[in-house]
Design a protein around this ligand. Structure first.
Ligand code: ZN
Ligand code: ZN
Length: 817
């Protein structure tokens, strides 16, 4: 007689490789993979961890490999998250295995974990290269040297760095890294050693089953049952029961031992005053009630919370999340990359205690895995994190909040190229939850959805305690030039206003959205500019570190004394970055204590916090910085914000340039006058008639959106169409021209109604990180048609043997550069 229950013999596995397919493997006797759980499989020459998508009996026609091991006894991705992953793969045309991979922060668990660190010798080498040039050195090719310096530069800015992220960032091969270790420029460390072993805990978990038990076994069994079926093995050892008893129960299948990472603890950051303890104004109160009411209905609803800068949105989020927690449900709050500082984390701990889990991209793999397990086990029902926290495995999701929903850090710039805000909306839909998108400057897309009544629009029109929005004065820099006869960085008016503030012991911020000293080095004799050898981008002079740096790929070169093209000595350094601005301000105000906030001064989250704390406590009078200074912090002493050259983006060939400029100007202006003394903004511009500048100066959001929507509608840009950027790249220009030509011909031969294809054209940045780049912009009012066309285009590309990694489809692209 046949066994009535046949075990499945095969499983389909989504493996993290750039291929649009799942792969079938055999299941060896005794292994029990589960759908949504991870398995380790052989793939070409590698061992990869993939997610099981199906168990079945269909005998494949080809000889199969077996899975190596089962990594999860229970699904790592539950049914809803599997569905969400499939939606992402479909919507963004991304390989399913890569999507699942990015949904789970568990990479550290099974691969050997190697890290690298720069040595003193490495630092010296880096420094000498900056001083003297890369002349007399080894037989290495220039390419290899370039990669070596990329590695040194990358490590110089970091502590111990994992191999995977180092190699992705620098494209260094393993053998090149090994060579650098031999030269003692870097050290190699095994991260999966004692440190991790010490940080895992073994648990005994009760399983279903029956059988006769002796007294000791029953005692242990009952202890487990009384503690919810789960006790740390360590704790059981303190019972008066022989240790072998546990082993017997495990052998009989009544108890299982699982090993999990130890609890995560936050470092000693002092919490600030409680943000939810303040009295709500009527607009905050009504926004909160409106959100709570929708959450109570347990149906999907979208809310756009549009609150001017300083209107107290965060307090509304936290209060809404607290009521969700009290009702026994879960919530997720997404914040931009830079929004989650240690102080914010400390606040959250004060409000939510041990119920909060924090998922941040700056955490180590190990830390992220720990937090993930706490959420998965239901110990933490409040999750706060950056982009990938949208996948946090919470149970019973009731509320999803996306703070600063317009922030570009929500869009992942590598495969899968998802937008966390849009994934949040879809996840809320699937969970019958409420999604709140909050911003002082909502994206055009979200505002448009609110206007179309897809989202409810909640407004916080006033600052807390009715503090006024700052007065904005526009300085026309063309006129300034005519009147003074020289190119000014700081206008006379701005200098005067700064002086007044400093005399009154008030604080000032000056924004210049460009780091480094001089952004352009030009030869006066032959006119050539110094470009990066990997990118068609001018290199920036960094004075303090004595080198030229490409801000796109990190390539560095010595500071030139003569022109690299003609040998002339007339090399000129032009323009101003934040480093030079700081120096200029020191010259103008020698008594002032000046700090700087940009990627050169901020290496980690702590640096960022430290500079802001110094400003907050009055140790600084003046803070200079890039857009980092514009983001959501609340410093009451700042009464003047100067904006220098923040409109440069208006000259870029990108349809979102006006939106971005408006958002940046509004955000930075919002830093002024958050305390008792009213604020002022001095906005220097070369585009004083541009509507983005004009509307930002008047704090007129509606005016800007109406105007910008009109432009988008005429040009068939989002939100009036779905848009994808198709980038064809390669290190040989001939290949790129041939491939983009083939795709161009295919696009024009294939009839597709209602779809516009622009291109092929050279991308605005023709060469980036050694790749030549051509692109198409594809637009359609119908997303279905757009995605269908892109799908057949990818199929055609495969047929033409164009490597899948060299054709990048970026659905809802936010950069077209
Ligand atoms: Zn020259
Ligand atoms: Zn470059």
């Amino acid at each position: 007689m046949a066994n009535p229950i046949r075990m499945p013999e095969f499983c389909d596995v989504a493996v993290p490789v750039p291929l649009d397919a799942v792969f079938t493997y055999g299941i060896p006797e005794g292994m029990r993979p589960v759908v949504g759980g991870r398995v380790l499989v052989p793939f070409r020459q590698r061992r990869l961890s993939g997610i099981v998508t199906e168990l079945h009996q269909r005998v494949p026609s080809v000889r199969l490999k077996n899975i190596i091991s089962v990594l999860d006894a229970a699904p790592a991705l539950d049914e809803k998250l599997l569905l969400l992953g499939k939606w992402i793969a479909d919507y963004y045309l991304a390989p399913l295995g890569e999507v699942f991979h990015s949904m789970l922060p568990l990479g550290a668990e099974f691969k050997r974990n190697i890290g690298y660190r720069i040595t003193e010798e490495g630092q010296l080498t880096l420094h000498l290269a900056g001083m003297s040039g890369s002349s007399a050195r080894s037989r290495k090719t220039p390419e290899e040297q370039m990669v070596e310096f990329r590695v040194l530069d990358y490590l110089a800015e970091r502590e111990l760095t994992g191999e995977a992220s180092l190699r992705t960032a620098t494209r260094a091969s393993r053998s090149l890294l090994a060579g650098m270790v031999r030269k003692r420029w870097i050290t190699r460390e095994d991260l999966s050693g004692a440190r991790d072993a010490a940080r895992t805990v073994k648990f005994a978990v009760l399983k279903n089953g029956e059988g006769k038990l002796n007294a000791n076994q029953r005692a242990l069994f009952e202890t487990l049952a009384a503690s919810g079926g789960r006790v740390a093995v360590e704790a059981l050892h303190s019972l008066e029961i022989p240790r072998s008893t546990l082993g017997t129960l495990v052998k009989r299948g009544l108890v299982e031992i699982v090993e999990e990472p130890a609890e995560f603890t936050l470092s000693g950051v002092q919490p600030r005053s409680l943000p939810v303890s303040v009295q709500f104004n009527p607009a905050q109160q009504s926004a909160l009630e409106s959100i709570q009411q929708r959450v109570g209905a347990r149906k999907f609803a979208g809310v756009l919370l549009h609150g001017v800068t300083g209107s107290g949105k965060t307090a509304v989020y936290l209060a809404a999340m607290r009521s969700v927690l009290e009702a026994g449900h879960s919530s997720i709050l997404l914040v931009p990359e830079i929004g989650l500082t240690p102080a914010v984390a400390a606040d959250l701990h004060q409000v939510f205690g041990a119920q909060v889990a924090i998922l941040h991209s700056a955490f180590s793999d190990q830390e992220r895995a720990e937090q993930w397990y706490r959420v998965k086990r239901g110990e933490a029902r409040v999750v706060v994190g950056t982009r990938s926290a949208v996948f946090a495995p919470v149970k019973d999701l009731a509320l999803m909040i996306v703070d600063e929903e317009q922030d570009s850090s929500y869009k992942q710039e590598e495969a899968p190229r998802y937008h966390a805000r849009d994934v949040a909306v879809m996840r809320a839909k699937m969970a019958n939850a409420v999604v709140v998108l909050g911003s002082a400057t909502p994206s055009l897309e979200s505002y448009f959805n609110a206007k179309k009544h897809k989202y409810a629009l909640l407004e916080l029109p006033d600052r807390v305690e009715q503090r006024p929005l700052p007065e904005v004065e526009i300085i026309d820099m063309r006129k300034e030039f005519q009147e003074t006869g020289q190119d000014q960085v700081i206008s006379r008016k701005l200098a005067d206003e700064i002086r007044q503030r400093l005399e009154r012991k008030e604080q000032v911020m000056v924004l210049l959205n460009r780091r480094g000293y001089s952004p352009l080095v030009l030869c006066r004799a032959c006119g050539s500019r110094m470009e990066c050898r990997n990118c068609a981008i001018a290199m920036t002079h960094h004075q303090r570190s004595h080198r030229m740096v490409c801000h796109y790929c990190g390539f560095m070169a010595p500071v030139p004394k003569v022109c690299g093209e003609c040998g002339s000595e007339y090399v000129h350094f032009l323009g101003t970055g934040s480093e030079k601005l700081e120096e200029l301000l020191h010259g103008l105000f020698p008594q002032a204590r000046i700090g700087r906030l940009d990627r050169d001064t901020v290496r980690g989250r702590d640096d960022f916090e430290r500079v802001l704390n110094a400003l907050n406590s009055g140790e600084l009078d003046l803070l200079v910085g890039t857009q980092m200074i514009a983001k959501g912090h609340d410093i009451h002493g700042v009464t003047l914000v100067g904006v220098v050259g923040a409109d440069a983006a208006l000259g870029f060939p990108d349809f979102r340039a006006a939106e971005r400029t408006f958002q940046l100007l509004t955000q930075v202006a919002g830093r002024a006058g958050r305390g008792v003394t009213p604020g002022k903004v001095v906005l220097q511009t070369y585009f004083q008639d541009h509507y983005a500048v004009q509307y930002a100066a008047r704090h007129d959001f509606i005016g800007f959106y109406e105007k910008e929507l009109q432009f988008r509608s005429w040009m068939h840009y989002p939100p009036y169409s779905a848009l994808a950027n198709v980038l064809v790249r390669g290190d040989q220009l001939d290949d790129v021209l041939r491939w983009s030509g083939e795709l161009g011909q295919w696009f024009s031969k294939t009839r597709h109604e209602g779809i516009r294809v622009l291109g092929p054209a050279a991308a605005p940045i023709l060469r980036l990180k050694s790749d030549y780049r051509y692109h198409f912009v594809v637009k359609s009012a119908s997303r279905e048609k757009l995605n269908a066309l892109l799908r057949s285009m990818l199929a055609y590309a495969t047929q033409q043997k164009i490597p899948r990694t060299q054709v990048i489809v970026d659905v809802d692209a936010i950069w077209l550069m």
